[in-house]
Write a protein that binds this ligand. Structure first.
Ligand SMILES: [Zn+2]
Ligand SMILES: [Zn+2]
Length: 168
């Protein structure tokens, strides 16, 4: 997605844009056609450049950590970035630098990165998801399997390992 600089600088209100995960090059967190809504506003205007603030809204499809079933996870995240119109050394390396004659600012990279940084590290389809049986893989939310699950006191686990060694 590219925003004309003139449009950004003239805007009195936030600009909106809709793209999708595929267009942003974001993979592995949902279908490529998953919509991504971006709201962007200019928060600081100077001769040397301007600062943009963006809000990204999308819904990712991620596997439950316990049962692997796909879960839709709403995601809302923010980013902001300085866009340097000239090479002013006081601005950090993270600034978007425009090549001479460039009249549009491309935000695909920034938006994609913001989404990936906001992906939650823990996903459970529901609070009491029973997960999969570690022995046979049966989804225990649907049906119990015949496997024996020993509710083992973790303090005994090491002892059992030692015991298993002697059996060999
Ligand atoms: Zn689950
Ligand atoms: Zn089982």
């Amino acid at each position: 997605m590219k925003f004309p600089i003139g449009e950004l600088l003239d805007a009195n209100a936030a600009l909106h844009n809709r793209s999708n995960l595929g267009q942003l090059g974001v993979r592995g967190v949902g279908k490529p056609d998953t919509p991504v809504d971006l709201e962007i506003s200019v928060t600081d205007r100077r001769a040397s450049g301007f600062r943009i603030a963006g809000t990204v809204n999308t819904a990712l499809t991620l596997p439950c950590d316990r049962c692997l079933k796909a879960k839709i996870v709403r995601l809302s995240t923010n980013f902001n970035c300085w866009v340097a119109l000239e090479d002013a050394p006081e601005y950090d390396d993270d600034a978007i630098r425009l090549a001479p004659g460039d009249n549009k600012v491309a935000l695909n990279g920034l938006v994609g990165e913001a989404i990936l940084l906001a992906v939650p590290s823990k996903i459970v389809c529901r609070e009491n998801c029973a997960g999969l049986c570690p022995h046979c893989g049966q989804d225990l939310n649907i049906e119990q399997c015949g496997c024996q699950r020993d509710e083992l006191d973790p303090r005994w686990a090491d002892l059992l390992k030692i015991k298993a060694k002697f059996k060999k």
